[in-house]
Design a protein around this ligand. Structure first.
Ligand code: BES
Ligand code: ZN
Ligand code: ZN
Length: 490
C-alpha cells in the first residue's frame, strides 16, 4: 500500500473511493465547491435525525471520485473519535478490497482534522494487515493507494505525522507476523535472529545469551523453564543510547514461544493461542526497531528472555527449587507459572544495565483476563507516576490499561516452607500475586511497572481495526512512553 498526502480540492480528486468522516464536535471534511457537497450535507442531516443508522456507501456519476463512503462517530459510540477514525479508515480499506477499488482517499482537510492525520495512516496500515503467508490466496495490496486529503497550511506537521505513524504501524504489523507464526517456527533462536536483524536495521547495540552463556552466568529462570524443550532459551538485549539522555528506560518482554504449561500441562482447548505467549517480547523487539529511528532523548534497553515451556523427561517438575540470579530461591509449585520465572532474569539484566525505569510486558495471567476481559490490560507498579504515564500513553493510542493493586498483605500468599518464595499464590488474586512475585525481583531503587496483556494480546474475531489474531498490543504504548519520557518528567 502506498500512502500519500495531497492538498488538491476534493472535486479534483480521481479516487475510486472517497471517505468522509462525520463527528459531532468537530468538522473533519471540507467539500465546499464540490458537486457531492449536497449529498454529504443530506447524510449529515439524516444522521442527526437518526434516519441513517449505519455506514453510507454509494457510487457517484459525477466527474470526481467514483464512490463515496460516509462514516459517522454517532454510529460507533463505544470508541472515542481517535479510535473511530482508525476504525473507519480500516473499514474503507476493506470495502475497497472487496470491491476491487485501488485508490482510496479520505478527507481530513480542515483545521480540526490535523491531529487525525496520523490516526488515518494507522487505520490504513493496521486495517490493511493480513496474515496470509500460509494461504494460497494472497491479498495483494501493493497496488493500493491511500491518499489523505489535508490542509496545505499544515504540510510540515502532516508530513511528520505521516512518517511517524507509518513507521510505528509497520512495526506493529511485523510484531503481529511474529506472534501469529506457529511455535514450531517462532522459536527462541528465531526471536534472537529477529533481534539481530532489527539491531542491524535500526542501528542498535545487540547482545544475545545462548544456553551456555546463560549457564555460566546463572540465568536460571530461563534455563529452568527451557529444560523440557528441544529449542534452548535465549536472553536478547537491544540497546539504544541517546545523545543527551536524562534517564534510562528498560523494556522487559516475556518471550515464551509456546506455553504448554510444562508438566503442569494446560487443557487442549485454545492451547494453540499460547503460540502468542511471546507477545510482550515481540512488542519489545519491534518497539526497539521504531525507537532506533525515532531517537527519543532517553536511553532505552529492550530485553527479551525467551524460552519454550514443554513437558519432557528433562523438564522441571512441581516442587523443584532453583536460585534466581538475585540469589533468591524459588519453588516451582506450578510449571505453568513460567512467565514470571523468565522475567526474573530479564528484570535482573535491566538492573545490570542501570535502568532507572523498567516496564515489563507479559501475557502473564489468566486471572487478569477474568478480571478485565479482552480489551483492557492490567497494570501494577511501585511508581504511581510511571503507572499513570503508561495509562496516559495507552490512552493516546487506544490501548487501555487499568491499575490493579500490589497489596503488601497478599505477599503471604507466595510463602512456602521450602524456599524463599513460591511461584504461585493460589486460586485467588492471581494477577496480583504474579505482580507481587515480580516485585521481589525488581532491582532496588528502580521505578517499575508491570503490564499484564494476557487479555488483549490476541482476538478470535476482528476487533476495531484489527483482523482476528495477534494485534501487537502494547507496542504503541511503549513507543509513546519513550517519546514522552522527558515530558512526563519522572
Ligand atoms: N501464559 C499464561 C497466561 C495466559 C493465560 C496468557 C491466558 C494468555 C491467556 C501463563 O504462563 C500461565 O499459564 N499462567 C497461569 C498461572 C497460574 C498457574 C498461577 C494461569 O494464569 O493460569
Ligand atoms: Zn504458563
Ligand atoms: Zn505463559
Amino acid at each position: 500500500m502506498k500512502i500519500q498526502l495531497t492538498y488538491d480540492r476534493p472535486a479534483q480528486l480521481s479516487a475510486d473511493l472517497l471517505v468522509v468522516i462525520l463527528n459531532q464536535e468537530t468538522t473533519l471534511h471540507d467539500l465546499s465547491g464540490s458537486p457531492i457537497n449536497g449529498i454529504v450535507q443530506r447524510i449529515v442531516r439524516d444522521v442527526q435525525d437518526k434516519r441513517l443508522k449505519s455506514d453510507y456507501f454509494t457510487s457517484l456519476d459525477s466527474k470526481g471520485p467514483a464512490n463515496l463512503a460516509v462514516y459517522s462517530t454517532a454510529h460507533s459510540p463505544a470508541y472515542n473519535v481517535w479510535e473511530n477514525v482508525k476504525i473507519f479508515v480500516a473499514r474503507a480499506i476493506r470495502l475497497a478490497r472487496n470491491h476491487g477499488l485501488k485508490h482510496i482517499a479520505v478527507l481530513l482537510n480542515t483545521d480540526d482534522a490535523l491531529p487525525f492525520v496520523g490516526k488515518a495512516v494507522e487505520g490504513a496500515i493496521l486495517g490493511g494487515y493480513k496474515f496470509d503467508r500460509y494461504r494460497k490466496e494472497k491479498t495483494d495490496t501493493d497496488d493500493v493507494v491511500f491518499t489523505i486529503v489535508g490542509l496545505k497550511a499544515h504540510d510540515q506537521k502532516n508530513q511528520q505525522l505521516l512518517s511517524r505513524y507509518t513507521l510505528v504501524s509497520n512495526v506493529i504489523n511485523e510484531a503481529r507476523d511474529m506472534i501469529n507464526e506457529p511455535g514450531s517456527v517462532a522459536t527462541p533462536e528465531y526471536l534472537a535472529q529477529a533481534g539481530r536483524q532489527i539491531a542491524k536495521e535500526a542501528d542498535l547495540d545487540f547482545k544475545v545469551w545462548d544456553e551456555k552463556k546463560l549457564q555460566k552466568e546463572g540465568y536460571n529462570g530461563l534455563l529452568q523453564v527451557g529444560r523440557g524443550s528441544a529449542h534452548p532459551p535465549r536472553l536478547i538485549r537491544l540497546a539504544y543510547r541517546a545523545k543527551k539522555a536524562k534517564g534510562h528506560l528498560a523494556f522487559v518482554g516475556k518471550g515464551i514461544t509456546f506455553d504448554t504449561g510444562g508438566i503442569s500441562i494446560k487443557p487442549a482447548d485454545k492451547m494453540y493461542e499460547m503460540k502468542g505467549d511471546m507477545s510482550g517480547g515481540a512488542a519489545v523487539l519491534y518497539a526497539m526497531k521504531a525507537i532506533g529511528t525515532l531517537k527519543p532523548q532517553v536511553n532505552i534497553t529492550g530485553i527479551v528472555p525467551t524460552a519454550e515451556n514443554f513437558p519432557d523427561a528433562n523438564a522441571q517438575r512441581p516442587g523443584d527449587i532453583f536460585y534466581a540470579k538475585n540469589g533468591k530461591s524459588i519453588m516451582v509449585d506450578n510449571t505453568d507459572a513460567e512467565g514470571r520465572l523468565v522475567l526474573t532474569d530479564g528484570l535482573h539484566l535491566a538492573g545490570e544495565e542501570n535502568a532507572t525505569h523498567i516496564l515489563d510486558i507479559a501475557t502473564l495471567t489468566g486471572a487478569c483476563v477474568r478480571a478485565l476481559g479482552l480489551s483492557i490490560a492490567g497494570i501494577m507498579g511501585n511508581s504511581p507516576q510511571l503507572v499513570q504515564a503508561v495509562i496516559r500513553s495507552g490512552q493516546n493510542h487506544g490501548e487501555s490499561f487499568w491499575e490493579l493493586p500490589l497489596p503488601e498483605e497478599y505477599k503471604d500468599l507466595l510463602k512456602t516452607p521450602y524456599a524463599d518464595i513460591n511461584n504461585i499464590g493460589g486460586p485467588i488474586a492471581g494477577a496480583l500475586t504474579a505482580g507481587l512475585f515480580l516485585q521481589e525481583f525488581v532491582p532496588e531503587k528502580t521505578a517499575w511497572a508491570h503490564l499484564d496483556i494476557a487479555g488483549p494480546f490476541i482476538r478470535e474475531k476482528d476487533w476495531k481495526y484489527y483482523e482476528a489474531g495477534a494485534i501487537g498490543f502494547g507496542l504503541k504504548t511503549l513507543v509513546d512512553v519513550a517519546e514522552r519520557f522527558n515530558e512526563y518528567g519522572f
